[in-house]
Design a protein around this ligand. Structure first.
Ligand code: SF4
Ligand code: ZN
Length: 741
């Protein structure tokens, strides 16, 4: 482990404590023990000491017992100058160094040569120097609240200096863009500091630009810690001296980290060791041994040898900082108001995927180091390459990573594409998985839209809405037909695996179902009730997905439904389900049956993968999916059917379903289930063969597959009747559908 770091930290802490003791003694000599000491305009005394120990240092004399405490905490410098078996002595010594720094800074305010522009928010050009020193309580209140309400995700303490002013400006900008405060202190061996480099590069510094120059020497970094401690006391309601509470609050609520640029000296090691106590990790661009996770911290304490250009990303990753992106950087407006927008043919510049082409959207997760956050790539023609009225295949390939990410979350994030992309004016998005269909308006293209902007939107919104689980989002947009096809294979394989995860669960033994109201932006009365044996009609959300989604966001669109007493087992009606769904649909309906197509069927929004429809003459049920564009025996093609079934209505005789549901034991089981299935488009039938064979065998009709008609056998009821009779289809012998209504 990390012996050198800890050893050097202990060594540095000894030096600091010795030095500060000397300064205190000299000050007492000069001013006497009763001389008042304080940081400017604060009710928190010397904040680090006050927060951790509860001791109020008000005079020079009050510093003496604190000095005692430092001595107790301080470990002896290890004999061979670096070796120590535990982190403990290093952490305690680091804490001693922080207490000493706290006092050393207070001493600077004694006398006339205070190096700080006390109580100023920004240095001005007329000021002799740039250093602000400790923030007073007014600044603390104004700024600290931003850490609590989330408008500032955290702060970085930058010590040392970058390789040059331009590199410093770049690091600062990267942090500013993420709304992170930058506290600057200390200098490097060349006598320059990060803050001075920023000034040199023409960057405006001060609290107002969130680039705060604390001080030129090492001890001034303590104002970062002091700020965090005061925030814990003010906003966290922690009691001074409740050191566990204060440390924990800072670790959990104030996401801070140290970026060490350039060679690190013993004194800085000491400060880094002190910071570990607060859960504040140090990320350095130089090479020295790392300190990996121990104790309550699940992340690294000291990470080294990170190139300057990657240090911000790495720091955010280590500290698990949640970034929100306030402005989505696209050339058109964005907001929920645009979600329901339609784009007619003559307003459209290009159509992507859909019935005339093909496409997919797909999200999956990878290890953190294999995803580059914010990287957007286009493979194939971009928008400038397509003429007005053009058509392209589309693949939206999303790679996700996060420390808390679970594979179970993949489908949920994937399903967000619909509502996230629809939020942009000029983008219409329909469908999911391999039935996506999009249109981009002429207006959006004129404003400067390119396919990379799909990435911009998904990246920003996924960070904002799923920050708790997502740390990195990388997006590839594919419009090259071969590449779309190639990746489609991978997607389909994954979707099948996702669909099959549920195979051992059933509705009877599950007490909790889930609702899905994601589609209410389009179909305000629509609610999907998702049970283990009945996935959402879009096919993209099954019971596990809804459960995971609820885990991510308990106020989100997927709510648990305690199914309660059974009202009708055959129809699939439960008291709890009705009690939930009726208000959730805006009281548009009186009752919901999960398993029936005829009695109170579920509503259909518009995303259904397929539609089931009763064929009364044949006494059976047909299913048609989106990919089939021909006629069907019910007299309507898919799009006509979709028009009359969708929109959040209950339409007895018709119901929107997912393709996977065909293989469920609960597939329209109220009306006899799979035995009723008498017509499918050929392609869908072939794709569903395994499911149909398995279910056919279960219901005692192993050759059911051969009895199901397709368009090759006919597209009107009369013709297929002949086929069904010939094949001996079981539906002909079943109870009359007409009489079951
Ligand atoms: Fe949710 Fe149903 Fe819409 Fe799928 S179709 S997203 S399950 S409401
Ligand atoms: Zn829908």
């Amino acid at each position: 482990m990390s012996k050198q770091v800890i050893g050097a930290g202990i060594r540095g802490a000894n030096v600091v404590v010795d030095r500060v003791e000397g300064k205190i003694n000299a000050a007492i000599e000069k001013y006497g023990k009763d001389q008042a000491v304080a940081l400017p305009n604060t009710a928190y005394y010397l904040p680090v000491i006050y927060g951790i120990t509860g001791e109020k240092v008000e005079t020079l004399g009050d510093m003496l017992p604190i000095m005692e405490k430092c001595r107790q905490l301080l470990a002896d410098v290890p004999v061979d100058n670096c070796w120590t078996p535990y982190l403990g002595p290093g952490l305690d010594s680091g804490m001693a160094a922080l207490f000493a720094f706290d006092m050393e800074e207070a001493l600077k305010y004694l006398g006339d040569d205070c190096p700080y522009l006390a109580s100023k928010e920004d240095p001005e050009e007329t000021d002799a120097d740039i250093w602000l020193g400790a923030a007073d309580d007014i600044i603390l209140r104004k700024r600290g609240v931003e850490f609590v309400d989330g408008s500032a995700p955290g702060f970085a303490v930058i010590v040392g200096a970058a390789s040059n002013p331009e590199a410093a400006a770049k690091i600062a900008k990267e942090l500013q863009e993420k709304s992170i405060y930058v506290f600057m202190a200390s200098n490097n061996e060349k006598g320059t500091s990060f803050a001075k480099q920023l000034v040199e590069a023409g960057v405006q510094i001060g609290w107002n630009t969130r680039l705060v120059p604390f001080g030129f020497d090492h001890p001034s970094a303590i104002h970062g810690v002091g700020f965090a401690v005061r925030a814990a006391l003010t906003f966290g309601g922690k009691t001074p001296g409740d050191h566990v509470g204060v440390l924990k609050y800072i670790k959990d609520r104030i996401f801070a980290f140290i970026i060490a640029l350039g060679p690190v000296c013993d004194e800085q090691y000491a400060a880094a060791c002190g910071a570990i106590n607060f859960g504040v990790p140090t990320i350095a661009d130089t090479d020295f041994p790392q300190v990996l996770p121990t104790g309550v911290c699940t992340y690294e304490h000291v990470v080294t040898n990170i190139p300057e250009s990657e240090i911000v990303t790495k720091a955010i990753e280590v500290r698990g900082l949640k970034i929100t992106i306030s402005k989505i950087d696209i050339p058109m407006p964005y907001g929920p108001a645009f979600e329901g927008e339609r784009i007619k043919k003559d307003a459209m510049h290009v159509e992507l995927g859909g019935p005339k082409s093909f496409g997919f959207e797909f999200a999956y997760s990878k290890p953190l180091d294999q995803v580059e956050d914010g990287k957007f790539t286009v493979i194939g023609p971009n928008i400038k390459d397509v003429e007005e009225g053009g058509l392209l295949p589309i693949g939206i390939w999303i790679e996700l990573a996060g420390r808390k990410f679970q594979e179970d979350f993949e489908p949920i994030l994937e399903r967000q594409c619909h509502h996230l992309l629809n939020g942009a004016e000029g983008i219409l998005h329909i469908g999911q998985r391999d039935i996506v269909w999009m249109r981009i308006s002429k207006k959006a293209v004129a404003a400067g839209f390119t396919f990379e902007h799909f990435g911009t939107i998904l990246h920003a919104k996924m960070h904002n809405e799923f920050g708790a689980i997502v740390d990195k989002v990388q997006v590839t947009i594919i419009t090259d037909a071969d590449e779309v096809n190639k990746r489609m294979e991978i997607c389909r394989k994954t979707w099948t695996e996702r669909d099959n995860r549920l195979s051992d669960m059933n509705d009877e033994t599950t007490e909790t179902f889930y609702s899905c109201s994601l589609c209410q932006s389009f179909a305000p009365t629509h609610v999907c009730v998702v049970t283990p044996e009945r996935p959402g009609l879009c096919g993209a959300y099954n019971w596990l997905d809804c459960r995971a989604s609820y885990e991510i966001n308990e106020h989100g669109p997927n709510q648990p439904i305690a199914k309660g007493d059974v009202m009708d087992e055959r129809l699939g009606k439960w008291k709890g389900v009705d009690e939930f769904v009726i208000p959730a649909s805006g009281n548009a309906f009186e009752s919901f049956a999960a398993y029936s197509i005829l009695v109170d069927p579920m509503t259909s929004c518009g995303c259904f993968e397929a539609i089931a429809a009763c064929l009364f003459a044949a006494n059976g049920i047909m299913v048609v999916d989106r990919d089939y564009s021909g006629e069907t025996p019910c007299g309507m093609g898919f799009s006509t059917l979709a028009g009359s079934v969708g929109g959040g209505l209950q339409t007895p005789g018709f119901v929107g379903i997912s393709k996977f549901y065909i293989g469920s034991k609960k597939f329209i089981s109220a009306e006899g289930g799979i035995k009723r299935l008498c017509w499918l488009p050929k392609a869908l039938k072939e794709a569903s063969k395994d499911m149909i064979d398995a279910r056919g065998a279960e219901v005692g009709i192993p050759n059911l597959y051969d009895m199901i008609a397709t368009e090759e056998n006919g597209t009107d009821e009369e013709t297929i009747m002949a086929f069904l009779t010939e094949a001996g289809h079981p539906c002909l012998e079943m109870e009359q559908l007409m009489e079951m209504m």
